[in-house]
Write a protein that binds this ligand. Structure first.
Ligand code: DX5
Ligand code: ZN
Length: 216
């Protein structure tokens, strides 16, 4: 069993409250992708949309920041009422601000998550495992929904899981990108706790059974 976090990037923005109601009734977490057009070559949505979803959400909000200088926006994310926030290691490490940004997220009452793209060695996360509540492993390059799952992500998840177990840490593993009913079982057995799914939920003929299949 994994928790299922539908990515609202693939929702129907003209009928957002219907999709919010579906997640409230059938899924576990709202995954909200914030893109700035600089850290990634795409722009998604920002606080007006997150606040609107928050006003109807009965499940926890998980905000995935794909932005430069994420430390500038953590407190504002906290004001949305989000339970989880994550940002990319690639966006903080050159400035040496990874630890302080994780601590800031926790001080705002949120679970703090660190994200890496598929080209960042999973071992680069190890120095921070004591400072995070969860790790988000990208199984596609961040920036767009609807991309194809990268199979080597499975091995990366297993490596990370082994290190978390070896150190006896309570860190959860979330996976994002190309997740579907066809790879969910492999992801769960590799050690994923939370599965983000955008197109495989919202573009499915039956989103409710897609969620059930991904959950396992
Ligand atoms: C991509 C986002 C994902 C995206 C997932 O950069 O972080 O959350 O919405 O979409 P699918 O599940 O369609 O790959
Ligand atoms: Zn995401």
């Amino acid at each position: 069993m994994a928790l299922v976090a539908p990515s609202m990037l693939s929702a129907d923005f003209l009928h957002l409250s219907q999709d919010v109601a579906m997640v409230n009734a059938h899924a576990d977490i709202f995954h909200l992708d914030v893109m700035d057009g600089t850290f990634v070559p795409n722009i998604s949505f920002g606080f007006p949309v997150i606040d609107a979803i928050a006003s109807e959400a009965a499940k926890p909000l998980d905000v995935h920041l794909m932005i430069v200088e994420p430390w500038k926006y953590i407190e504002r994310v906290g004001k949305t009422g989000a339970s989880m926030v994550s940002f990319h290691l690639e966006a903080t490490r050159d400035a040496g601000r990874t630890s302080e940004t994780l601590a800031l997220a926790r001080s705002c009452g949120m679970k703090a998550g660190l994200v890496i793209n598929p080209d960042v060695p999973v071992e680069d996360l190890f120095p921070f495992l004591e400072e995070v509540d969860f790790i988000l492993i990208m199984s596609v390059f961040a920036g767009f929904g609807g991309q194809k799952f990268i199979p080597s992500s499975l091995e990366r998840i297993a490596t990370l899981r082994a290190e978390i177990v070896r150190r006896g840490l309570p860190v959860q593993i979330e996976v994002d990108g190309g997740v579907s009913p066809s790879n969910a079982a492999a992801l769960r057995s590799a050690g994923a706790d939370i599965l983000v799914a955008g197109s495989s939920v919202f573009k499915a003929p039956d989103p409710v059974s897609a969620i059930a299949a991904i959950r396992g």
